[in-house]
Design a protein around this ligand. Structure first.
Ligand code: ZN
Length: 180
């Protein structure tokens, strides 16, 4: 993966749109670029452009370099992409996803879940949530189709999580491995 792809990816993670991210990077490739120019190059409104740039600034991926005011009072705002922060940003995002997955696998290992016996995608609840129904003498049933609930197959979920974690490791290696 090339440097430019990494930049696109980081910007896309912030603006939630890969095509927009790519166009923004292209529009800013000359270094320090004026805000109006960026919006003209991208063919989007100045408001949208500004919103994206401030989101990137919050993520430390862009810097507002300077503001120049002309005699008629018009403000010209200049921006540049903070290329140096791209790898750390991506590493941080990967770490966020990894933490969420580990938390999920911890739950999977320690909490017994019940699912709809007819279709597990209908309903899924931890045991303590349906405990009252058990105690009330009614076998807990699926709120979608009425089928009985049964203990979820946790090994399958754990396998899925393990697969996702190793995929994440591979992505991290592919993305950020060959540097430094
Ligand atoms: Zn069901």
């Amino acid at each position: 993966m090339g440097e430019e792809d990494l930049v696109d990816l980081a910007i896309a993670a912030v603006v939630q749109d890969f095509d927009l991210a790519h166009r923004l990077r292209e529009a800013m490739r000359k270094g320090i670029v004026e805000e109006t120019r960026i919006s003209i190059r991208m063919g989007i409104s100045q408001q949208e452009t500004r919103k994206m740039l401030y989101m990137l600034q919050d993520a430390n991926l862009a810097h507002r370099v300077r503001v120049k005011e002309t005699k008629d009072g018009t403000k010209h705002v200049y921006w540049r992409i903070n290329y140096g922060a791209v790898r750390d940003f991506l590493r941080g995002r990967i770490e966020m996803v990894r933490r969420a997955l580990l938390e999920r696998s911890h739950l999977e290992e320690n909490v017994e879940y019940y699912v709809c016996a007819a279709d597990p995608s209908h309903y899924r609840a931890p045991f303590d949530e349906i405990l009252m129904e058990f105690l009330g003498g009614e076998p807990p049933s699926c709120p979608v189709c009425g089928a009985l609930l049964e203990p979820a197959d946790r090994s399958r979920n754990l396998d899925k999580i393990r697969n996702l974690l190793s995929t994440l490791d591979r992505i991290e290696d592919a993305l950020l491995g060959e540097q430094e």
